[in-house]
Design a protein around this ligand. Structure first.
Ligand SMILES: Cc1cc2nc3c(=O)[nH]c(=O)nc-3n(C[C@H](O)[C@H](O)[C@H](O)COP(=O)(O)OP(=O)(O)OC[C@H]3O[C@@H](n4cnc5c(N)ncnc54)[C@H](O)[C@@H]3O)c2cc1C
Length: 402
């Protein structure tokens, strides 16, 4: 095929990874992102990159060493407590276990961006309109007045994708859980009680009545704390709580979490940041659409799901990689989109359903203690699926060469 004009809208993990692999194949995509710069907003907390998804993408992109320099292997540790602070389960990764190391989201984004050719990403470009021009081409119009005509439009623009309506009417639905994101700085010195509870990795706790606290160690002595509870979307309006008033939110949470022990309460109250609301939304799952020439979606734009299972970024990276390989290998853009979408639909539908179910269970009212999955087995499964993925990929390459 002639060199196609490729636009990737969205410079998150999906879009940046797709651009990196395309460049490795000698193509020149342009990435447009609404953000003013790679680090212009708080990127959120830590992510685990699984051997059978995120790490496959990093390997294909030649970025495993760059990832290894930032990854926290000890961050794979996990514990589960109840609202009294009683430890219900603990997982410490075995020596040599690298099935799902952690990396700060901001570090991952900066690392991916830093491995693109200069000028690939156009910051400050918020997509406003897309106009089909026929034959699979689209005109993009950005809020800053810039326009571009492209042969392939890749929507990597996350939960509230502006590209998605070209393919489906599906929109994210609120999952009924409010999630307040907060930060503890210099935790080992300033918050030793929090450091002791979070350990090297993550601590999940739930009270069996729709309330939870999750704390996760990030790099540089930072712990991100998430206080979550079942609530309607406008709970703050109904409760008269100003979300920008830290004391008011704290007072509300102390009432809401009154059954939680003194040991656990500092996780809710002693934060160094504001409480940032990040409500949970998900697209209907499994989601598919009929093929539309010249346009497709990767990452959250295609399959926004509850973050229970840690699949979102992993799938975003793998989607970007597989679509880029397909564009290089197939004879036409349409064949590439069809090949990518067939594999992506099958993979993401199943994981979206299981992630959304896991969230519903975690926040359900129940007398049974919330026990975690068997993480050691989960890690063995990641490794086994990674080996199977590589075996299938090698067979596929042999078939293509024949
Ligand atoms: C609280 C929370 C915890 C999570 N924890 C995990 C976890 O542990 N592990 C995991 O794998 N996943 C986790 N996720 C999910 C993960 O964050 C997402 O799945 C991942 O970021 C998806 O990447 P993406 O590139 O598809 O989209 P995004 O990261 O959302 O990137 C989209 C990009 O598009 C840009 N954009 C949006 N609209 C426009 C527009 N109109 N024009 C131009 N640019 C636009 C945005 O600026 C952004 O840079 C979590 C999510 C949440 C909310």
């Amino acid at each position: 095929m002639n060199t196609p004009r490729i636009a990737i809208v969205g410079g998150g993990p999906a879009g940046l990874m797709c651009a990196r692999i395309l460049q490795g194949h000698g193509l020149e995509p342009v990435v447009y992102d609404a953000d003013a710069a790679v680090d212009s907003r708080d990127p959120g907390g830590t992510l685990d990159l699984h051997a059978d998804a995120g790490q496959i993408a990093l390997e294909d992109a030649g970025l495993m060493d760059a990832f290894g320099a930032l990854a926290r292997i000890e961050g794979q540790a996990k514990s589960r407590r109840d609202q009294h602070g009683t430890v219900l389960a603990e997982f410490i990764p075995a020596e040599g276990d690298v099935a799902a190391p952690e990396i700060d989201r901001g570090q991952l984004r900066t690392m991916l961006y830093g491995h693109l050719r200069p000028g690939t990403v156009r910051w400050g470009h918020k997509l406003r309109h897309t106009i089909p021009l026929g034959g699979g081409s689209h005109r993009l119009e950005f809020a800053n007045g810039v326009g571009a005509d492209v042969d392939l439009l890749i929507g990597a623009d996350g939960a509230w994708s502006r590209v998605r309506p070209l393919l489906t009417d599906a929109t994210p639905q609120y999952l009924g859980v409010c999630f307040l994101d907060a930060r503890f700085d210099d935790v080992d010195v300033r918050h030793p009680e929090v450091a002791a509870i979070v350990g090297d990795g993550h601590m999940f706790s739930a009270d069996g009545d729709g309330r939870a606290v999750i704390v996760q160690r990030n790099s540089n002595g930072v712990v991100r704390g998430y206080v979550a509870f079942r609530a309607p979307l406008d709970w703050d309006v109904a409760a008269g709580v100003d979300l920008t008033d830290r004391d008011a939110v704290r007072a509300y949470l102390l009432r809401e979490f009154s059954g939680w022990s003194a040991l656990m309460r500092p996780l809710i109250t002693d934060i160094d940041s504001d409480y940032i609301p990040r409500s949970f939304w998900a697209l209907p799952a499994p989601l598919t659409w009929n093929h539309v020439p010249g346009v497709t979606l990767i990452g959250d734009a295609a399959h926004l799901m509850a973050p229970f299972g840690g699949h979102g970024t992993n799938l975003a990276l793998l989607d970007g990689t597989e679509l880029a390989h397909a564009i290089y290998k197939e004879n036409s853009l349409e064949d590439a989109i069809a090949r990518y979408e067939t594999a992506m639909f099958a993979r993401s539908g199943e994981l979206a359903v299981s992630s959304n179910t896991a969230l519903a269970r975690f926040f359900a009212t129940t007398d049974t203690p919330h026990l975690p999955p068997d993480h050691a087995q989960e890690h063995r499964d990641y490794e086994a699926r990674a080996a199977e993925y590589r075996r299938r990929q090698a067979l596929d390459d042999l078939r293509n060469d024949a």
